[in-house]
Design a protein around this ligand. Structure first.
Ligand code: SAH
Length: 266
């Protein structure tokens, strides 16, 4: 399970923090680090703070966009220090670890299954993740810090979350806690069809936005929160690959019907 975890850092400013994150990850046995447009990397400060976790830095992948960083992931989790305007499903690190462990417990039982990939996305030191970035996540994880001083140092936040994932992995425990009374997450091999990946979801949203604009349901000049709410709906229900292709099929048929209608009116 720990080898399937990908820590994604978005626009990190201080290279020392990247080193601190690498160290925290290696302590917890989490190996994959992806950096989205870091301000300065590689650099001496990162290696100095990594204190020997240099293999993680050597193997770190540097990419241009968050989409590239989470491509292929079936679960994308955004770490956030504060609540946002539009609430999203949010868990604490222990709940997250229990949910992830439950899915991996099923995967281990099915030796033929491919390991799902999980992305843990962390934001900028000064302003965290943007709403747009948070809306690319299935759920958010919040470390229940003191609301009066809620923001942890980046490497400390990675440490706390990876620690809980490690504890759950060591215990190999099955998830039972379900504080929000929501159904267990349907992703991984517990479900009949594999989860859609982050890139498949993005293509669905682009297609949906296009068709809704064409049928004049969405006004690009005044989009309101429509895409955000639809993203939340579909990310929350954790679509599988067949469900995504059904929705894409409906969109394609809608486009065809629209073209036909336009043709009939000429
Ligand atoms: N000042 C920023 C926080 C930046 S801290 C803000 O107000 O959003 C850098 C990153 O560490 C955050 O983007 C988040 O990914 C993580 N982080 C910090 N504190 C956290 C907390 N209490 N819970 C979850 N993640 C946290």
């Amino acid at each position: 399970m720990l080898s399937s975890l990908r820590v994604v850092l978005v626009n990190t400013t201080h290279p020392g923090n990247i080193g601190g994150v690498a160290r925290a990850m290696k302590n917890m046995g989490v190996g994959q680090l992806v950096l989205v447009q870091p301000r300065e990397f590689p650099g001496d400060a990162a290696f100095a703070r990594a204190a020997g976790a240099t293999d993680i830095l050597d193997q770190a992948r540097v990419v241009e966009t968050l989409d590239q960083a989470v491509a292929g992931c079936q679960l994308v989790v955004g770490a956030s220090a504060r609540g946002r305007h539009i609430p999203w499903p949010v868990v604490d690190p222990r709940q997250l670890a229990e949910q992830v462990a439950a899915v991996f417990a099923n995967v281990v039982a099915d030796v033929t299954a491919e390991l799902p990939q999980v992305a843990l996305v962390f934001g900028r030191e000064d302003r965290g993740l943007t709403n747009e970035e948070l809306h690319r996540c299935h759920r958010h994880v919040h470390i229940p810090s003191d609301p009066a001083f809620s923001s942890l140092n980046l490497a400390a936040a990675v440490q706390v979350i990876c620690y809980e994932l490690r504890m759950a992995s060591l215990a190999g425990e099955k998830a039972t806690a379900n504080p929000q009374g929501e159904p267990e997450p349907h992703w991984g091999t517990a479900w009949d069809i594999d989860s859609a990946s982050a890139d498949e979801m993005e293509r669905l949203f682009v297609h949906m936005e296009q068709v809704m604009t064409d049928i004049e349901f969405l006004n690009p000049d005044n989009p309101r929160q429509l895409m955000t709410r639809l993203r939340r709906l579909y990310m929350r229900s954790h679509l599988d690959q067949v469900e995504v292709s059904i929705l894409r099929g409906i969109l394609t048929a809608t486009e065809k019907a629209l073209k036909k209608q336009e043709g009939d009116h000429v």
